[in-house]
Design a protein around this ligand. Structure first.
Ligand code: SF4
Length: 357
């Protein structure tokens, strides 16, 4: 007897680009529309190479990886694939040209037959989430407005659960897995770590373990607490950009400038780590901007750039050196505070003696 999942139409979702921030919404929406969701496999060296072969060499790594994920879905026999065109997420708050033109890039480089579901999100042109979802449904030949609306609600429900868990400090992986299976977990109480950093990076670079070379796990092993864009609200990020007297140029800038600015301005971390793709124009400007403000505030910053040739050993060496420098700096600052601390303690003792008399 065939499983009900087998008879539902399949919809492929590449585990790349907007997947890392939006998948719970996509999953809830398309599942509720009646699709069997197929996700591409985790990024591997083979998958990267499959993408690299198709794209011109100076394209950034995340787009090469995206192409590799399309090939992976086609190899799995999935012939309807979701490739959204996310143009702008606010009035004149645009994405980079590669994210905006993703369906066109894929159409021009992949020479295999498949059907692309390519709705447009462009708030500058009045195409919000509702229009985006209705367009996706129309391309999938679904016209039932009530079904589309209730599927949007299902998407929001999963997405909000994901965001709330992530904000409470549940790891990205756990929050994602729980959200799509309708579960809710609270963050386990963790010991206070001696050092902390904020990571400025796009979700597709940071949470793809192959691309980031497991940066978050490496920091955890070194005893460093890492904060990311998922730990703060969108409004926190926007306000922090303005407090630096800067403006938001790009749609996905909140993951970088907004997050780094928030933690830097609130003096919550010992350092900043920027993780960006080699050849990414927007990232290079945003990293420069934060580097300038970090220098003014004497906040140490490490910039890691990645491409398909980046080796794990090089990343680890630079990370270890940075963490070592942060702990030496912190120790020095603590020692400088010692005389002050001693003076306070002796004043407290003096008072105690007088009170006793
Ligand atoms: S923002 Fe940069 S890394 Fe991301 S897709 Fe655009 S060019 Fe590539």
């Amino acid at each position: 007897m065939s499983n009900i999942q087998d008879i539902k139409p399949k919809l492929g979702i590449p585990r790349a680009i907007s997947y890392y921030n939006n998948f719970p919404f996509y999953y809830g929406f398309f599942k509720s529309l009646g699709f069997n969701i197929v996700i591409s496999d985790k990024t591997t060296t083979k998958l990267i190479n499959d993408g690299v072969k198709l794209v011109v060499s100076d394209t950034c790594l995340p787009i090469k990886v995206f192409a590799g994920h399309i090939i992976n879905l086609l190899d799995k026999g999935c012939n309807t694939i979701f490739v959204p065109s996310i143009q702008s997420t606010g009035y004149k708050i645009n994405n980079c040209s590669k994210v905006r033109g993703l369906p066109e890039i894929i159409r021009n480089i992949i020479n295999r037959p498949f059907r692309m579901i390519e709705p447009t999100l462009d708030k500058t042109e009045g195409l919000g989430i509702k229009e985006f979802c209705f367009e996706a449904a129309r391309q999938l030949n679904i016209k039932d407005e009530e079904l589309i609306k209730s599927s949007m609600d299902a998407g929001w429900c999963m997405y909000n659960n994901f965001i709330e868990m992530a904000r409470e400090g549940v790891s990205h992986k756990e929050a994602m897995e729980n959200a799509i299976s309708g579960k809710r977990t609270k963050k386990k109480i963790e010991l206070v770590k001696p050092l902390s950093v904020v990571i400025m990076a796009h979700g597709y670079n940071l949470y793809d373990e192959r691309i980031s070379m497991n940066l978050l796990k490496k920091l955890e092993k070194m005893g460093v607490k890492a904060y990311t864009s998922l730990n703060i609200t969108r409004q926190n990020a926007i306000d922090s950009i303005h407090r630096l007297d800067e403006i938001q140029y790009w749609a996905n800038e909140l993951d970088l400038t907004g997050t780094a600015a928030y933690y830097m301005l609130n003096n919550k971390v010992d350092g900043i780590i920027a993780l960006s793709a080699f050849g990414c124009g927007p990232d290079s400007l945003m990293v420069d901007e934060i580097q300038y403000h970090a220098k003014m505030r004497n906040m140490p910053m490490l910039h890691l750039t990645i491409d398909e040739h980046t080796g794990e050993a090089g990343i680890l060496t630079r990370l270890e050196a940075f963490v070592d420098m942060l702990s030496r700096k912190k120790r020095k600052e603590f020692q400088k505070e010692q005389p002050k601390n001693k003076a306070v303690i002796s004043k407290i003792n003096e008072k105690r003696v007088l009170t006793n008399i």
